[in-house]
Design a protein around this ligand. Structure first.
Ligand code: ARG
Length: 658
């Protein structure tokens, strides 16, 4: 049961006498910040009193009169300017706990109205460097799927792989001109990635050389403008000073841009071999685009190459997914929709939505300057066209009620236009959401890059996590001692390796999930794998400790689960732990509601903290009578189960020994 939800519903009923918007005010119930005054607190009387012109304390008294929570709470108490403090009855809490302990679903009720939810995540562009952002999408998306599924929805995970983009033209061009056959025969994917990078680098070189003179000229003009403005702008004139500031920052940007272009040119100029290649391929960018066009147009040779490259790229990706324990129900890449694109544009034209503009077919969305381009001047379809075809497919073939896109925040504009277009196009009954996330930064606060910047880099990142975790696991095991102080390591090499895998990969996933997904965060190995603090390792140790206590107590989880009767909460630390356990449903629903796994990590972190306080105050095995011991063992076992289930919903594994 979601207790917070229950309380809010009861409040909404009582509030109906005082306002037109009972749910809005009922939502203002929070877990109490200071548990001395209760478990939950309702803060609605202050804003409602103000709105109705009534004294909030008086309003609180009248509301409490109306409120029926007698089966859940002690009589509510009014405090301060009009807070209502709620304390759950111990019997109610104990009943909930007992029910939870006996339930495979840990008291979490399945959704009353299951929805068909498509989760579009991971979706890397194959043969192109896969960056940590795709890892982020993969980890967050997987957790959201697990959460929604656990809550009873019909979830279809779909890896919308970028397998049809312009990178293929580049690789094909590279393959035809620069292939190292030996390298390709030994391991094709790194060679394809090299070709991609090479073609990209050579194209950038020519583009930079061509644009630099104009950019330098622009810089000079703007610099002159700045100088003259600096000379004339009155010091006290705020708006003139503001304009100066703007101009200066524009100049900085321009300088940075020029420096980066110059660097691209210099790198090639400094390398005789590269320079020779660059000179021999002056039109490389256009020719690579032509290869893409030929591929899309059905050219035999290019299709054959594509059919040869794709399985190899997908295999390399699969290695990463297998390692992370991530599965997809569908992996319909962009190419899957290719033959539907013409129809999409035709339909948009028939409905009067797509219009010609400068030779391109565009959908104009009110309030947006930039059009949504569905067909370019050269006739090519776009990322947008494919996404529209995908929506049609998901609506019509998969019966989607809801489509989630777990994609980098930098694509926000695209999704805004996509959703608006889809709604006008006739899919307004579908709930669309861009589950966006920020950038992973390196210690230098620039977007984090793996050493080689591709799938291979991502794999070595996972390897590094596991090898760092192996050191931690070994050190911890080596530090175990018995009562006499003799070392008692208990894990053999194979077990240590298995645990290192769980800790390392769990660490990477958790580091990602415990941040508010919208924020950028700094990638930090030490923080990620710390054994204390808000980390997977800490939670995994908390779980292993639970298992250790059960082993020492010579009792199994199954035996404890079979015990009937209430779990008592006499000590404050027991009660606090019990209350936290009973709020598991609330945490899951909060996390699922706006697709924020960090609501769940926060819950688990709080739970682990309550468990530590409980251990410190309530001995379980030593010096307890049989009844207390059994009662506390049941609490410990249930805590372990909630931690393991919670971590599982984040895609993180546990071990019963560490
Ligand atoms: N392949 C895209 C990228 O790497 C992400 C695709 C996201 N999904 C979608 N339906 N647009 O940027």
């Amino acid at each position: 049961m979601n207790i917070l939800h229950q309380l809010q519903q009861r409040f909404a009923l009582a509030l109906a006498d005082f306002t037109e918007d009972p749910t809005e005010f009922a939502a203002m119930i929070r877990p109490a910040a200071d548990t001395r005054f209760g478990d939950f607190q309702a803060n609605c009387c202050m804003p409602l009193g103000k709105r109705n012109g009534v004294n909030p304390r008086e309003l609180a008294a009248r509301l409490v009169d109306k409120l029926d929570v007698s089966d859940l709470c002690e009589p509510p108490e009014i405090a301060g300017p009009g807070f209502i403090n709620l304390k759950l009855q111990d019997e109610f809490l104990q009943q909930q706990l007992q029910h939870m302990a006996a339930d495979q679903r840990l008291g979490v009720e399945p959704a009353g109205e299951p929805r068909n939810i498509i989760v579009d995540f991971s979706s890397p562009n194959v043969a192109k460097p896969m960056h940590v952002g795709h890892l982020r999408s993969t980890v967050i998306g997987d957790s959201i799927c697990r959460l929604l599924r656990f809550l009873g929805h019909n979830v279809t995970s779909d890896n919308h792989i970028g397998d049809w983009g312009t990178q293929f033209g580049m690789i094909i061009y590279g393959y035809k001109n620069f292939l190292n056959t030996d390298a390709y025969a030994t391991d094709p994917v790194p060679e394809l990635a090299r070709l991609y990078r090479l073609v990209n680098q050579l194209s950038d070189y020519h583009a930079a050389k061509e644009s630099l003179p104009a950019q330098r000229e622009r810089l000079a003009t703007r610099q002159a403008e700045l100088q003259s403005q600096e000379a004339t702008a009155p010091a006290g004139d705020k708006s003139a000073q503001k304009a100066l500031k703007k101009l200066r920052s524009e100049l900085e940007g321009l300088k940075e841009e020029i420096a980066s272009q110059e660097k691209k040119v210099a790198t090639i100029d400094a390398d005789a071999e590269l320079q020779q290649l660059a000179n021999a391929h002056p039109n490389i960018a256009r020719l690579a685009r032509d290869e893409t066009a030929k591929l899309h147009g059905g050219d035999q040779e290019n299709r054959t190459l594509w059919n040869q490259f794709l399985p190899q790229c997908l295999q390399a990706l699969q290695r990463v997914y297998d390692r992370l324990g991530i599965q997809f129900d569908l992996a319909l890449g962009e190419s899957y929709y290719d033959d539907m694109l013409g129809e999409v544009v035709g339909d948009l034209q028939n409905k009067g939505m797509a219009k010609e503009s400068g030779g391109a077919q565009c959908v104009f969305i009110e309030g947006n300057e930039a059009p949504f381009i569905v067909q370019k001047t050269d006739g090519a379809y776009t990322y947008a066209t494919t996404d529209l075809a995908t929506i049609r497919y998901r609506a019509e073939k998969l019966n989607a009620d809801e489509i989630l896109y777990v994609v980098d925040a930098r694509q926000g504009e695209h999704f805004k236009l996509l959703f608006a277009t889809a709604e006008q196009w006739g899919y307004s009954r579908i709930k669309f959401a861009h589950v966006s996330f920020g950038t992973v930064m390196g210690q230098d606060r620039r977007p984090y890059k793996t050493r080689s910047g591709d799938t291979v880099g991502l794999e070595s990142l996972l390897d590094e996590a596991v090898s760092r975790a192996a050191d931690i696991v070994a050190a911890n095991d080596d530090s175990k001692i018995d009562d006499a102080g003799n070392p008692t390591p208990e894990l053999d090499a194979e077990t240590r390796q298995r645990i290192a895998e769980i800790v390392g990969l769990g660490g990477i996933k958790y580091a990602d999930l415990h941040h508010n997904r919208e924020s950028d965060y700094v990638f930090d190995w030490d923080k990620m794998l710390a054994t204390t603090g808000d980390t997977a390792t800490y939670m995994q140790y908390a779980y292993a400790r639970v298992c250790g206590i059960l082993r020492k107590g010579d009792v199994t989880a199954e035996e404890l689960q079979a015990i009937d009767g209430p779990i008592r909460t006499t000590e404050p630390a027991e009660r606090a732990l019990a209350l936290r356990l009973c709020r598991f449903s609330e945490a899951l629903e909060a996390a699922a509601n706006d697709y924020r796994p960090n609501q769940l990590t926060q819950y688990l972190y709080d739970l682990a903290g309550d468990l530590t306080t409980f251990y410190a105050n309530c001995p379980v095995l030593k010096g307890t009578d049989a009844a207390t011991r059994e009662n506390r063992l049941r609490l410990v076992e249930l805590s372990g189960r909630v931690i393991a289930q919670g971590l599982d919903l984040l895609g993180i594994a546990v071990s019963d020994r560490m």
